[in-house]
Design a protein around this ligand. Structure first.
Ligand code: NAD
Ligand code: DAU
Length: 353
């Protein structure tokens, strides 16, 4: 079969990438989807068992930091488009090992930009490079206001600094070389297949196993939560409809203080686990705050809603219940991750707090 597009999706074995792959492979049988992933601690092919045998899906294990391998792959495969999600994504790990974030998030992105520029040089207009980024590049808000697409960058963690840098490179390749780029900056995602170092899956697992819930600082920081499948839908719409060189913010207008969110989660889990009301809340344990902890994120996604007609599909309380159900029903997926190496990280990360 001859395919209409051959899209390289990087980081497809991770949390959001696996949802993007699932959506594209199923929705576009006339696109060939190539998933490139290094399978770091966060990459897990078990996230993709339902699509791994689809004829329009294939997987390549590769490091985006390896410029030579990336260039050779682009020359051989002649991708028509790129959707770039591969990244080191956990803020706490960026505090322990910033250099790894520079390598993957900055150098890795530049390697992909160079390879795309090289193979598309004679016909730039026909190809799209979509860079998936985060609202953390905008820094931290006070009690009011929201991030818009024109908010000045002000990153505070090594993670957000590396993502901000990669965004700047993507824009520079558009302005300097005419690469047809698009960037989106999204708020906190939640849902199935998220690695249990991030707040929600970590706390679901700790409640289930009766472990303390380590709340950083006073739990007053605010995040704006979006269902991961709504993020994947937004990426689909932006990939197909956004004007070249533009940026879109993606978010659910759904702000929660960490402590309110954790209490809601405890309540939902009490019910699901048939515990007495208030039982899981007893696990809450306030620990040393994250260094440089951003106080508040809130995304204004009006531009995406108005220009491209995207809206979030799921109401938050329903999303939390669905998410809890998924992690409880997929105990094997969770256990396979939480045994072994991840356990070592967990002990090191939280014994110091
Ligand atoms: P994740 O950590 O779950 O997945 C990252 C994937 O990238 C993993 O599969 C990993 O193996 C792969 N990877 C890492 N280094 C690599 C390398 N050198 N070469 C090839 N592959 C490599 O991350 P996620 O939460 O799914 O985030 C995906 C993207 O979305 C990231 O760019 C992140 O900055 C962005 N983002 C995430 C969120 C969120 O809430 N999780 C919100 C907004 C934006
Ligand atoms: O805003 C988008 C970003 O959201 C993405 O770019 C990142 O890749 C993603 O990891 C996420 O970053 P956060 O730092 O907001 O997510 P995390 O799940 O690590 O933490 C959410 C909030 O919960 C944050 O305020 C820190 C707090 N927290 C987190 C952990 C892991 C705790 O209080 N205790 C914890 O153990």
């Amino acid at each position: 079969m001859s395919y209409r597009k051959k899209i390289l999706v990087t980081g497809g074995a991770g949390f959001i990438g696996s949802h993007v792959i699932r959506l594209f492979v199923n929705k576009y049988p006339d696109y060939q989807i190539v998933n490139l992933d290094l399978l770091t601690y966060a990459g897990n092919l078990a996230n993709l068992t339902d699509v791994e045998n689809m004829p329009n899906y294939s997987f390549v294990k590769m490091d985006i930091v390896d410029a030579e391998a990336i260039t050779e792959l682009f020359q051989k495969e002649q991708f028509t488009d790129v959707i770039h999600l591969a990244a080191e994504s956990h803020v706490d790990r960026s505090i322990t090992n910033p250099t790894e974030f520079v390598m993957t998030n900055v150098i890795g992105t530049v390697n992909l930009l160079n390879a795309a520029k090289f193979i598309w040089k004679d016909n730039m207009e026909a190809h799209r490079f979509y860079h998936v980024s985060t609202d953390e590049v905008y820094g931290s808000l006070g009690e009011t206001g929201m991030f818009t697409e024109t908010t000045a960058y002000d990153p505070h963690s090594p993670y957000s600094a590396s993502k901000a840098s990669s965004d700047h490179f993507v824009r520079a390749y558009h302005d300097t070389f005419g690469l047809q780029t698009v960037i989106s900056n999204c708020s906190n995602n939640y849902g199935s297949f998220q690695f249990p170092e991030k707040l929600l899956p970590l706390f679901i697992n700790n409640i289930k196993t009766n472990k303390p819930l380590p709340v950083y600082g006073k739990g007053e920081n605010i995040r704006d939560w979006l269902w991961v499948e709504d993020h994947a839908r937004a990426i689909d719409v932006i990939f197909h409809k956004a004007e070249t060189g533009t940026t879109y913010n993606i978010g659910g207008h759904n702000e929660w203080t960490n402590i309110d969110l954790i209490k809601l989660l405890c309540k939902v889990m009490d019910k699901k686990l048939s515990r007495a009301e208030g039982e899981s809340e007893k696990l809450i344990s306030y620990v040393k705050d994250r260094a440089g902890h951003d106080l508040r994120y809130a995304i204004d996604s009006t531009k995406l809603q108005k220009d491209l007609g995207w809206t979030p599909s799921l109401q938050f309380e329903e999303g939390i219940k669905k998410t809890v159900d998924w992690y409880l029903e997929n105990a094997e997926w969770l256990d396979n991750i939480t045994s072994g190496d991840y356990q070592k990280y967990y002990e090191e990360q939280y014994s110091k707090r």
